[in-house]
Design a protein around this ligand. Structure first.
Ligand SMILES: Nc1ncnc2c1ncn2[C@@H]1O[C@H](COP(=O)(O)OP(=O)(O)OP(=O)(O)O)[C@@H](O)[C@H]1O
Ligand SMILES: [Mg+2]
Length: 293
């Protein structure tokens, strides 16, 4: 039996921009093993959120396929918990009800729901705000609520798009340690997108560095550091060496040939032609914000 958890098999995401096809991601292949923790970094617009949305089942690839547990992804599923780049809370539900949402869908008993919800609220420091509506929360608090909701449903896969971006430095470090602790205790597969190179190295087994136009994998860097990630590690020479390697491969990439151009077109000999369709509105902003079950 395969230990591959998530497989991106030559996936392409093509959008129509100004009437022309634009490859947000092209022919990208990546296999994430069961219980692996990978982080994804790369310049803005290189397709990080696009590949995460494909794994989440919110965006159907124009070419190739994504498989989770050997089955092609056709839509969202409860085994995949998603934390979006933008806060995706139900505005009409309180913090507690947002966190409880997935548990209700799973028909978990009220007593058990309460126990899980209280633990997650405690973990994310939201207990005092349990009865508040999202509109009254700060950005960081909203994000912590989205994290609590994803963790509460206990998915085997966590797809996290810059989940800690809106947090203050101290909370961020705390949430990083907490996530690693949860990952160690109850093994799960994590795909974590970030712009923070230190965060990418601190958390991961492997760092996937992407490049833009078209979105693709530029390099994969193994993080050969002890499994136990302590705060001291952040200043060690081993950590710094890997951090510098990731930094250089993200920020010293060759500029794309048509940098600044609004869209990039198929070269005449584009092999992606066969079965390569254009996504028109399959991934609307509304769907992007929809947290799903
Ligand atoms: N629905 C869409 N229609 C047209 N173009 C799109 C659509 N969604 C994404 N794109 C384009 O695809 C490219 C990749 O977008 P994506 O959101 O995946 O980037 P990203 O790597 O997550 O960037 P960031 O780091 O800024 O979040 C961008 O050029 C973006 O403009
Ligand atoms: Mg993004």
């Amino acid at each position: 039996m395969s230990t591959d958890k998530i497989v991106f098999d030559r996936v392409t995401a093509t959008f129509e921009v100004n009437g022309q096809p634009f490859h947000a991601v092209k022919d990208l292949s990546l296999t994430i093993a069961d219980n692996e923790f990978v982080t994804v970094v790369g310049p803005s617009g290189c397709g990080k959120s696009t590949i995460m949305n494909m794994a989440a089942g919110l965006l159907i690839p124009s070419g190739g396929e994504v498989r989770v547990d050997d089955r092609p992804v056709k839509g969202p599923g409860p085994e995949r918990g998603v934390i979006f780049q933008q806060y995706a809370l139900f505005p009409w539900l309180t913090v507690r009800q947002n966190v409880e949402f997935g548990l209700k869908l799973k028909k978990i008993s009220r007593a058990q729901r309460n126990e899980v919800v209280e633990r997650q609220l405690e973990l994310t420091g939201l207990t005092p705000f349990a009865d508040a509506l999202p509109k009254t929360l700060s950005g960081g608090m909203k994000q912590r609520c989205a994290i609590a909701r994803a963790y509460a449903a206990d998915p085997s896969i966590l797809l996290m798009d810059e989940p800690f971006g809106a947090l203050d430095a101290l909370t961020r470090v705390h949430m990083q340690s907490q996530l690693l602790e949860t990952w160690r205790q109850e093994k799960r597969t994590v795909m974590f997108i970030t712009h923070d190179v230190d965060e990418a190295v601190f958390l991961a087994n492997r760092v996937i560095v992407m490049a833009a136009r078209p979105g693709r994998i530029h390099r994969i860097i193994d993080v050969d550091l002890p499994a136990e990630r302590t705060e001291d590690l952040r200043t060690s020479p081993e950590f710094t060496a890997i951090r510098n390697e990731v930094w250089n491969s993200v920020y010293h990439q060759d500029p794309p040939p048509e940098a600044g151009a609004p869209a990039q077109h198929d070269p005449p000999d584009d092999p992606g032609g066969e079965g390569d369709q254009i996504n028109k509105g399959i991934w609307s902003p509304t769907r992007h914000h929809n947290p799903g079950p």
